[in-house]
Design a protein around this ligand. Structure first.
Ligand code: S3P
Length: 172
């Protein structure tokens, strides 16, 4: 029997990368970040790809990454926040994995994004409004996850525990 992947989706700053690494360590599973995968293949950072080739090009690289990564089994997949924008990505990920949406408020995401790495989509004069605008567009896609996990003002340990609980309950 194939072991399903654990797939984390959600907006930038929701904690996907930290939680993925934690889950990987606890469950002893390999962790693949779509962003890191793309950076390695392109031999450029995400901001460089956006700057030199644009978002549409980045989305094509992201699509290729999902096509390959979703074929794997028994791993944890840390998806870039915009992976869900392509319905085929969602379909591929669902075939081999259980999808968890780390749901959080715009305020919380804003705080985390400010502290985190450089995100090209946040290079705007009013990032909080941009987050709200993008969340509105993306919410219906994120909601297609198998499970919604409350990540709002939660610690990495709390989010990880919520996901582990679902996984354990599914086994029983
Ligand atoms: C993006 C999210 C980023 C990265 C890129 C675009 C998005 O990943 O893929 O900057 O469209 O939401 P994180 O969600 O890991 O920050």
């Amino acid at each position: 029997m194939k072991i399903k992947n654990i797939v984390l989706i959600g907006f930038m700053g929701s904690g996907k990368s930290f939680v993925s690494n934690k889950l990987g360590a606890v469950l002893n599973r390999p962790v693949i970040s779509t962003d890191k995968w793309i950076e390695k293949r392109a031999e450029r950072t995400i901001p460089e790809i956006f700057q030199d080739s644009g978002e549409a090009y980045f989305r094509r690289l992201e699509r290729q990454a999902i096509e390959e990564i979703a074929l794997k089994e028994g791993i944890v997949i840390d998806c870039g926040g915009g992976v869900v924008l392509n319905q085929r990505n969602l379909e591929d990920l669902k075939k081999t994995g259980i999808l968890f949406y780390l749901e959080a408020s715009a305020d919380f995401l804003f705080k985390n994004i400010q502290r985190g790495e450089h995100r090209p989509l946040m290079d705007v004069s009013d990032p909080l409004s941009k987050i709200k605008e993008l969340l509105k567009i993306r919410e219906p896609f994120y909601q297609q996850a198998d499970y919604l996990i409350d990540a709002d003002y939660k610690t990495i340990d709390e989010i990880t525990a919520s996901i582990l609980k679902v996984i354990i309950d599914e086994r029983n």
